[in-house]
Design a protein around this ligand. Structure first.
Ligand SMILES: [Zn+2]
Ligand SMILES: [Zn+2]
Length: 272
């Protein structure tokens, strides 16, 4: 903030506390708040202060109150950055920070933590518990959001083992990848990504083919949020192979594989 900004801020304060403002005040406040912009949050911070007390607001209180307003928005938005498979650490940090700033500025809608981390029971878990609680019965299975026929059709158009990645049905919108339909995503070094696609492509596929269980957006229509709801993205790939009952039974009967090297280290330490 410049001294001129500080003068404006102090004038805003004076409207509440009738303080007189000199050039020295403006310069001092500008210096103390050099890293804080004169924005609506700052003016709201002053208003918030005088809504509760008659005491003159200090620089420290202005700073604190503005931070609190913004942290409140970040808390409400629960920003989660999934990352891209091929971004650098630097890019991750920059994008994560941009997302937090957007949340602080109220550009991300408030959402529950469950929505944010997509932590509702996963389709895998639901499918698993369904087969455990009920006898295996085709008619009992929850209807997939992309119907089976459509998915089979999509798979049929994808070459060989790539059929497992239904997301290849759409072009990758990632600007540094732009893989065309049926082609694997590429890392920034040009290496084909096997077994995964860029997050944006996953989102694009979900938006194209799945109905959103959260906001009800039908296929080809965007969610009410800038990015598709996590439940929609999960629903879109809900037919990825899930362990069936027999597989589960086998898992539960099979003792965990011995971890020899680890056991050796441990006992070596303990018995000496
Ligand atoms: Zn891609
Ligand atoms: Zn939605």
């Amino acid at each position: 903030m410049t001294p001129a900004d500080a003068a404006e801020l102090l004038a805003h304060c004076a409207a509440f506390d009738r303080r007189t403002i000199g050039e020295a005040d403006a310069r001092a406040w500008a210096r103390a708040l050099h890293d804080v912009p004169l924005d609506d949050d700052l003016l709201d911070a002053v208003a918030e202060h005088y809504a509760h007390t008659d005491k003159w607001i200090t620089v420290a209180q202005v700073r604190d109150m503005r931070a609190r307003i913004r942290v409140g928005r970040i808390d409400a938005a629960h920003p989660v950055y999934d990352g891209n498979p091929d971004e650098s650490g630097e890019q991750f940090v920059a994008r994560r920070q941009a997302q937090i700033t957007a949340a602080a500025e109220g550009k991300l809608p408030a959402r529950t933590i469950t929505q944010a981390i997509g932590a509702g029971p996963s389709p895998k878990l639901l499918a698993l518990t369904a087969t455990v609680v009920h006898p295996v019965d085709e008619t009992d299975e929850p209807a997939p959001y992309v119907d089976e026929a459509t998915r089979a059709e999509i798979r049929a158009t994808l070459p060989g083992n790539r059929a497992a990645l239904v997301e290849l049905d759409v072009d990758c919108p990632n600007t540094r990848c732009r893989a065309a339909r049926r082609h694997l995503c590429k890392s920034s070094r040009g290496k084909e990504l096997r077994g995964t696609v860029h997050g944006q492509r996953r989102d694009a596929y979900a938006t194209r083919h799945a109905q959103c269980p959260d906001c009800g957006a039908p296929p080809r229509h965007p969610c009410t949020t800038p990015e598709p709801h996590p439940a929609r993205v999960r629903a879109a790939v809900a037919d990825r192979p899930v362990p069936n009952r027999h597989h589960l039974d086998r898992l539960m009967r099979t003792p965990p594989a011995p971890r020899e090297s680890r056991a050796r280290h441990t006992s070596g330490g303990q018995h000496r």
